[in-house]
Design a protein around this ligand. Structure first.
Ligand SMILES: *Cc1c(COP(=O)(O)O)cnc(C)c1O
Length: 336
């Protein structure tokens, strides 16, 4: 499938033909290589299959009208993968190696990068591969790192439609410490709650707010906005420190919004939503407006239920930088 055709397929279902891989064994990372995207030979006893030693990243490369390719905040994703690896007791990829593997994957798949606003989504992944089911309480001494690439369309190609979000103040998404690791196990743990919310309420996402602390949804951070301020949860170990979140806050400060990072309780959240706006931030959807919250079975409309003007203003400002339509004044773009 060519790059442009791939952008109409569901997100993450089409893959570019080449991927970078690197193996860790005998106490060292081996030289990385490029290979065809396809099945990896793996022993069924591999640590990841049993004890969930897996973390990943997600970032995008954009191709501008003049053919230039730029990646958005790659350094942040590399740094975060190293953090996740440490938290999972997996061998930490070297910064330079992971950097080179991502760049290499983008360069080798140049013909498969669709023109912006579509992009090449990059998925660096690290897994424990030691074939040993006796290692329930010890780390994998072998690992594989790979960078998978997937051409993806604009998330909202049929227009931005506000999301319906269940606020759940009972179920945790992860743990107070482990939420900040981009670990596959966090997703597995949250799935049952999200699946029930979709089935029972036709919801798009669940906002996890255990202990009256609105953290984030299954795969995106959460922000509130109005004409004056932007509010989001302060950084702690319980949730994923999104690159999009940090970029939005930087842009908001630059535009003159008062930015506060603090705990947000459910009643404050619903109160704010009556006249304000809410959105979800993450690499895939950038910043998506929320139109409705459901809390304990009751519906709470956010503003007038449409895409809020401040959320859209912040979203557009970030997208303009990502697509090269605005000056890259924070130095966020890098060439492969
Ligand atoms: C990846 C992720 C995000 C968004 O992070 P970005 O760096 O903005 O893409 C938010 N929450 C969770 C749980 C995630 O895994």
């Amino acid at each position: 499938m060519n790059a442009e055709a791939a952008t109409t397929a569901p997100f993450g279902t089409v893959f570019a033909p080449r991927m970078a891989t690197c193996e860790y064994r005998d106490g060292a990372w081996q030289p990385w290589e490029m290979r065809d995207t396809g099945p990896l030979p793996m022993h069924p006893a591999a640590h990841v299959f049993h004890y969930a030693s897996c973390c990943f990243e997600g970032l995008k490369a954009y191709k501008f009208a003049n053919g230039d390719v730029r990646m958005f905040r790659m350094d942040k994703n590399v740094e975060r993968m190293r953090l996740s690896a440490r938290m999972l007791c997996l061998p930490e990829p070297e910064t330079q190696t992971l950097d080179a593997m991502i760049r290499g994957t983008v360069r080798e798949n140049d013909d498969h990068i669709p023109s912006s606003p579509a992009s090449l989504y990059l998925r660096p992944t690290l897994i424990g591969t030691e074939p040993n089911i006796g290692k329930a309480s010890s780390k994998s001494l072998e690992a594989m790192l790979f960078v998978l690439a997937s051409p993806v369309g604009d998330y909202f190609k049929d227009g931005v439609s506000p999301l319906k979000v269940i606020v759940d103040d009972e179920s945790p998404r992860s743990t107070p410490e482990f939420g900040m690791a981009k670990a596959g196990a966090n997703y597995a743990q949250a799935l049952r709650t999200i699946d029930a919310a979709k089935r029972d309420h036709g919801a798009d996402q669940v906002l996890f707010a255990p202990g009256d602390d609105a953290q984030e949804t299954g795969a995106a951070n959460f922000i509130l906005a109005n004409d004056r301020e932007v509010v989001t949860k302060d950084l702690d170990g319980s949730f994923l420190h999104g690159v999009t979140r940090e970029s939005i806050l930087t842009i908001a400060r630059d535009m003159g919004y008062a930015v506060s990072e603090r705990q947000i309780g459910v009643s404050e959240l619903l109160d704010f939503a009556r006249t304000g706006e809410a959105g979800l931030s993450g690499t895939a959807a950038v910043l998506a407006p929320i139109g409705e919250f459901i809390y304990r079975g009751e519906s709470h409309r956010v503003g007038d239920g449409g895409a809020g003007p401040n959320i859209m203003k912040l979203r557009d400002a970030l997208i303009d930088i990502q697509l090269g339509a605005a000056e890259d004044k924070f130095g966020w773009l890098t060439a492969p």
